[in-house]
Design a protein around this ligand. Structure first.
Ligand SMILES: Cc1cc2nc3c(=O)[nH]c(=O)nc-3n(C[C@H](O)[C@H](O)[C@H](O)COP(=O)(O)O)c2cc1C
Length: 404
């Protein structure tokens, strides 16, 4: 009798308590049901791509481990929809069916782990021009490319090179084709990367988009490319396939996208583009590895530093709630209680983390039990530095003992 009592008590702690919490309640994105409110935001270092930027190699992906750790949906790192968007030799491309065999395995292994699989599709825009030039591929930029390091938009170092109408239409098609390919590969959803340094951020920002035609000028015009990309995707994947957009709603640059325009853009994009969810993030920053102004902030040691896009996500949620589109909050979320409060107060519909899963793949399973201690991730960013600059496997240096 005592044994039964003890067992049922343990069951209550590990299951009953979890069931009671709003973070473990089901919710939908479009018509797709997620088993809880936790997502993994896009995060990869290298796609183990070959000389043609085709992703390979089924082993060593931390995403597979994370998928079995209790999270509802894993979003892959960004894959380029066109050769003109690839910026390094190890970046992955999803521009044709050569990428399909490995990406089908990637989706299946995430799903076998118990999570839904979402593919992020992206394009490097002006930052990909040097690599494009090396391979004799025409670069793609809203208005100009800069002959300098990331973030230096100065007039003296820029080469005017506005994409032609034909190039724009072709690229819109490429996003649609990539999304359809993702669906055929078995992914449950796609996410269009429109944040950080990605092409769609460059399109939305008045710093990098100085076009005078229908693709530039007013916020409606700067968001036109987003809407056309989403409409093209929808026409190909159908009504019930979830489409998410990770949207940068404010640039961290002088003269860049204002938050006011960012929210206006979010509203137009949802209303006219028919996207199912917006994952709120920032737009352009002054330099990729200047983490203080990037989406990967460091020094998240106190509760006050957590959730650095919380206020933005809450306001975006207010602006689009009439549409039924969902809002995903991310950016430095580390504590269970904070995320619970966010969902309880309806500031967002989902919460998402990236670095904490790299640090502890089964953090959600731990939280489903009685241990609700915050993530042990110290946001040192060594995971991304090693992966991007040294092409090493994505892992937490605290776990591997490789210099944490
Ligand atoms: C290793 C690594 C790779 C990332 N790659 C991408 C990416 O491909 N696309 C993207 O939108 N964000 C990318 N991010 C940013 C994350 O999705 C997320 O926005 C950011 O890390 C903040 O969340 P966090 O504090 O929970 O880590 C990456 C982050 C890391 C650490």
């Amino acid at each position: 009798m005592r044994v039964i009592h003890e067992l049922s008590e343990r069951w209550f702690i590990t299951h009953g308590r979890a069931m009671q919490n709003i973070l473990f309640e089901k919710e939908k994105i479009g018509e797709l049901e997620l088993k809880n409110r936790f997502l993994m935001s896009a995060g990869t270092g290298t796609w183990n791509a070959d000389q043609d930027n085709i992703p390979h190699d089924g082993d060593g992906y931390i995403h597979f481990e994370i998928a079995s750790g209790g999270v509802a949906m894993v979003i892959s790192g960004g894959l380029n929809v066109s050769p003109s968007g690839v910026s390094t030799s190890h970046s992955g491309m999803f521009a044709d069916d050569r990428s399909a065999p490995f990406m089908s395995i990637f989706a299946k292994r995430i799903k076998d782990g118990g999570a839904l699989a979402c593919l992020q599709i992206s394009h490097g825009g002006m930052w990909a021009w040097k690599y494009a030039k090396k391979r004799n591929i025409a670069p793609f930029a809203p208005s100009f490319i800069v002959d300098a390091e990331l973030g230096d938009y100065s007039v003296s170092r820029r080469i005017d090179l506005p994409a032609t109408e034909g190039q724009i239409c072709e690229l819109i098609e490429a996003y649609g084709n990539a999304a359809l390919r993702a669906k055929k590969c078995g992914f449950d959803a796609v996410e269009v990367h429109a944040a950080h340094e990605a092409l769609l951020s460059q399109m939305l920002s008045p710093v990098s988009n100085i076009r005078k035609d229908k693709w530039g000028g007013s916020v409606e015009n700067r968001a036109r490319f987003h809407i056309e990309v989403l409409r093209n995707i929808r026409s190909k994947v159908g009504k019930s396939f979830p489409v998410i957009m990770k949207l940068g709603v404010k640039d961290m640059l002088e003269g860049g996208l204002s938050f006011e325009d960012g929210v206006a853009a979010a509203k137009i994009i949802v209303e006219k583009g028919g996207v199912d969810a917006i994952e709120v993030s920032q737009g352009l920053s002054p330099g990729l590895l200047d983490f203080a102004y990037s989406s990967m902030r460091t020094g998240i040691t106190r509760l006050e530093n957590e959730g650095y896009y919380r206020h933005w996500a809450k306001l975006v949620k207010g602006a689009i709630s009439h549409t039924g589109a969902k809002v995903i909050m991310q950016g430095g979320l580390r504590s269970f209680e904070l995320m619970q409060e966010v969902i309880e107060k309806k500031e967002a519909d989902f919460v998402s983390m990236c670095r904490p899963y790299i640090c502890e793949s089964a953090i959600i399973k731990r939280w489903m039990g009685s241990d609700r201690k915050k993530s042990a991730c110290i946001s040192c960013n060594k995971c991304i530095i090693r992966a991007y600059t040294e092409g090493k496997k994505l892992e937490c240096v605290l776990k591997s003992g490789n210099g944490g």
